[in-house]
Design a protein around this ligand. Structure first.
Ligand code: B12
Ligand code: SF4
Ligand code: SF4
Length: 337
């Protein structure tokens, strides 16, 4: 069965995606994305040093550049919330790396898709591909982008990670765009953000976002932002934590079960030996920050929160072989005086 032009059954595809492990599935026509949101964000400098965000703009705005003849974007989401308390590691990063889980599910979907519709070609995206995943999730009716810049669903709130699969065939039913904006007059996320990173229009200035500084940025964190790192070592959940639309989270499946590292305190992360790092971190999204980055972040977090008992650990870090770790520890020690 199948040629690229045949109309596929949305209901059948949805079943395949659910069987592959995705929890929310929607369909959008693969039409070009109006350039304003992305172009204005880039021109405002909000991509900071994310050079890969500045590249491949044409593909981001037009998925036919990624898959010739693209007709449909299947938007996919998985809940990752577990009923655990706030901690120094953002929730999405506490278990097995979500990229691995989502890629695994995409591969399963691709396999069954090809069995069902042999002539159809696809392009899969999880995070790093030049695909605007929130825009596709919105167009495909899975929810909407909240004031905090996060994608909010009815069922799981914003505790979802996203993926997309582009197809070169149409489906027989498409969604009618984003669900209703439920933010209204609420502004809790904007006031909760410790570094004022949330701009009007759901635009996040990456430079000012703790998630960017603790995950992506390799050098020293600018001094005026360090205060905002109190208690956070990897990523930041504050603008989601305070969101009333996240008040009734549902527990995610075992693929998202927290690993041992999720129980570590900021102090323990700062004091982490190389052997502990090797036991805790590989296979989780934390690996992105590396050994040095996690201890640098922990030093800032201890200094920002003025944790008095942290002095011995910080003194140890102030003699670290890595200059950024040494400098972060020196800054933190200065604040304990
Ligand atoms: C760059 C990036 C970042 C940057 C910038 C954040 C941002 N909001 O843009 C930094 C490093 C700061 C970051 C942080 C985080 N990120 Co991030 N990030 C991305 C990435 C790679 C690209 C996002 C992007 O294109 N930004 C550029 C702006 C211009 O586009 P946009 O985000 O889509 O927002 C605009 C449009 O959506 C438009 N818009 C809104 N509604 C509609 C509707 C229609 C129809 C149209 C046309 C447009 C439109 O308005 C928005 C504002 O201009 C995506 C993965 C991907 N490939 O999409 C993950 C992604 C957005 N991140 C994700 C996560 C989990 C996070 C963190 C929560 C991690 C953490 N806990 O620390 C934080 C949240 C910070 C925040 N408040 O947004 C998830 C989002 C899950 C969710 N429920 O929203 C994604 C989708 C990764 C994934 N595959 O799951 N991230
Ligand atoms: S993730 Fe943290 S720093 Fe970034 S916008 Fe949300 S609250 Fe602000
Ligand atoms: S905290 Fe309020 S304004 Fe922010 S995303 Fe949630 S509902 Fe919208």
């Amino acid at each position: 069965m199948g040629s690229a032009a045949q109309e596929l059954s949305a209901a059948r595809l949805e079943r395949l995606a659910l069987d592959a492990g995705f929890e929310l599935v929607g369909f959008a026509r693969a039409e070009p994305i109006p350039p304003q949101a992305l172009v204005q964000w880039l021109e405002a400098g909000f991509a900071a040093d994310l050079d890969w965000m500045k590249a491949r703009v044409e593909e981001r705005l037009d998925v036919t550049k990624l898959l010739p003849g693209a007709r449909t974007v299947v938007a996919l989401a998985c809940n990752y919330h577990r009923t655990d308390a706030p901690g120094p590691i953002a929730r999405y990063a506490r278990g097995r790396d979500y990229h691995t889980t989502m890629r695994h599910r995409l591969r399963t979907l691709r396999r069954t898709l090809r069995e069902t519709y042999p002539g159809v070609n696809d392009y899969g995206s999880v995070d790093a591909a030049p695909v605007m995943e929130k825009v596709w999730a919105a167009r495909a009716g899975l929810g909407y982008v909240g004031k905090n810049g996060c994608f909010i669903t009815e069922r799981f709130g914003s505790w979802v990670v996203l993926a997309a699969m582009i197809l070169d065939a149409p489906v027989d039913a498409y969604a009618n765009g984003p669900t209703e904006d439920r933010c209204g007059r609420c502004n809790l996320c904007v006031t909760a953000c410790p570094t004022s990173a949330i701009e009007p229009g759901a635009r996040i200035d990456a430079e000012r976002c703790v998630a960017y500084q603790t995950i992506e940025q390799q050098g020293a964190v600018p001094e005026h932002l360090r205060e905002g790192l109190a208690g956070m070592v990897f990523g930041c959940d504050l603008c989601q934590q305070v969101c009333p639309l996240n008040d009734a989270p549902l527990p995610a499946g075992d693929r998202f079960a927290p690993r041992a590292v999720a129980d570590a305190s900021v102090l323990e992360l700062a004091a982490m030996s190389r052997a502990q790092y090797d036991a805790w971190v590989p296979g989780t999204a934390l690996a992105c920050a590396q050994y040095r980055g996690l201890r640098r972040n922990a030093a800032y977090a201890l200094g920002a929160a003025r944790v008095a008992g942290a002095r011995p650990v910080l003194e140890h870090l102030s003699r670290d072989e890595d200059e950024t770790v040494r400098e972060a520890a020196a800054w933190a020690l200065e604040r304990l005086r």
